[in-house]
Design a binder for this molecule. Structure first.
Ligand code: S3P
Length: 450
């Protein structure tokens, strides 16, 4: 599949985005461990999240899907049964790393395999701490890469100081901690997305936030079954927020988006770059804040993105790099070496595609320096099999002269199955729902904290 894109007309729209990918994974996993039936709404039926559904079904959990965004999960009080064959995690690192934690403390053996790109991704970050808990995990690939062979074992809680801020590492340990003796504490250098902690709390599992920011889960607990509605994915909204934000006079309202502040650092960056951004949290009933984001576009200016911000906008860096290329001045991204071990080497992929569109870019070990000139030219681009690269460069095409073609774009299905449809609506304004600005009725935005 290809995405064909041409310059966008003035954007003035009100949209919703599909359910949050990270939260969808966690909702299915924790509901599966619960003591009864849980109805999950707003679930993201994407390639990655469906891998998690299939994995838990393979472990004996009945999961019905009466409509794409609705799951009825029949929790069995933490009782899972041995999968008949290897569990295929496809491209989904979240599925593999979180399941490694969840399966390590079972009484049966399992094996996790992945597609080619996942099979190159590092698993030592979860294997090493899980082994400290008593897990028996062998990585069959070179340098601790998948497949993972897990022999069920008795686990004990540990305190782990994670060298990297990774929600996948933290979540693998917290899920393993549910099956461990004693308490499991994870400390991180910077707090990464906290959806697992919030979801555990929502399902009435006892956790504690340590004074120094670490998170503890107490062992041997069964989540209480509850219904849950997944908010829209701010990482999917990011593509349209940049599209409208980089367009002077562009205006976009995103309704019902997840506004967890471990995920919204991109809004602060867009404000620094000159866009007008407001967010209004309208609901925190299910622990995860959700509400409306409004952006009014401007001629953007370059910025520096580094340090504590990085873990909280790691998935938005491809589209923020595109914003940098559209801005005047230099945009620098540093301390983002994690991008090298995502679905593809995102630093190399961004540099390659931006250059193909005529931008001047320097590739750094841990990031990029982008010399924005405001103009891009249409090009035929590779997705590198990476959903966020495909979507970021489709948005770049909305600002380019001529036509941009993103090849092998079926990977958008990993996180945003209807991306092509949404893109079509942005390019065809007659089909947009035009909105009048509602800035005055929203709460003030986050400050510029640079
Ligand atoms: C995710 C955590 C992040 C993120 C990924 C989803 C999660 O990865 O990049 O897309 O759901 O926990 P890391 O934990 O490796 O930073």
């Amino acid at each position: 599949m290809e995405l064909r894109v041409r310059r966008a007309p003035r954007i003035g729209a009100e949209i919703t985005v599909p359910g949050d990918k990270s939260i969808s994974h966690r909702a299915v996993m924790i509901a599966s461990l619960s003591n009864g039936v849980c109805v999950l709404r707003g679930f993201l039926p994407s390639g990655d999240c469906m891998r998690t559904v299939q994995a838990l079904s393979a472990c004996g959990i009945k999961i019905e899907q009466p409509e794409p965004g609705m799951l009825i999960v029949h929790g069995k009080k933490r009782l899972l049964t041995p999968p008949a064959e290897s569990i295929d995690c496809g491209n989904s690192a979240t599925t593999m790393r979180l399941l490694a934690g969840l399966l390590a403390g079972q009484t049966f053996d399992s094996r996790l395999v992945g597609a080619a790109s996942l099979s190159r991704r590092p698993m030592d970050r979860v294997i090493a701490p899980l082994r400290q808990m008593g897990a028996k995990i062998v990585a069959e690939g070179p340098n601790e890469t998948p497949p993972l062979r897990i022999t069920g074992a008795k686990l004990r809680g540990i305190e782990y100081n994670s060298p990297i801020p990774s929600a996948q590492v933290k979540s693998a340990l917290l899920l393993a901690g549910l099956f461990a003796k004693g308490k499991t504490t994870v400390n991180e250098p910077v707090v990464s997305r906290n959806h697992t902690e919030l979801m555990l709390n929502y399902f009435l599992v006892r956790t504690a936030r340590e004074e120094d920011g670490g998170i503890t889960v107490f062992g041997d607990q069964t989540p209480e079954s509850r219904d849950f509605t997944v908010p829209g994915d701010i990482s999917s909204a990011a593509f349209w927020l940049v599209a409208a934000g980089a367009q002077p006079g562009g205006h976009l309202l995103v309704r019902d988006a997840g506004l967890n502040d471990t995920r919204t650092a991109l809004l602060g960056v867009l404000i620094r770059m000159g866009a007008q951004v407001r967010e209004a949290v309208e609901d925190v009933d299910q622990m995860e804040p959700r509400g409306t984001v409004e952006i009014t576009g401007a001629s953007l200016k370059g910025t520096m993105i580094h340090g504590k911000e990085i873990p909280q906008l790691i998935d938005e860096l491809p589209i923020l790099a595109v914003a940098g290329a559209l801005a005047s001045g230099t945009t620098t991204i540093r301390q983002a070496q994690e991008l090298r071990v995502k679905e593809t080497d995102r630093i190399a992929a961004i540099a390659h595609n931006l250059r193909a569109m005529g931008a001047q870019v320097i590739e750094l070990n841990d990031g990029l320096e982008i010399y924005g000139r405001g103009a891009l030219r249409g090009a035929r681009l590779a997705s590198f099999g990476d959903h966020r690269i495909a979507m970021a460069f489709a948005v770049a095409g909305l600002f380019a002269d001529g036509e941009t073609i993103v090849q092998d774009a079926q990977c958008v299905h990993d996180s945003y199955p209807d991306f092509g449809k949404a893109l079509d609506e942005i390019m065809n304004p007659k089909r947009q729902r035009v909105t009048t600005p509602v800035i005055s009725s929203l709460t003030p935005s986050r400050g510029d904290d640079e």
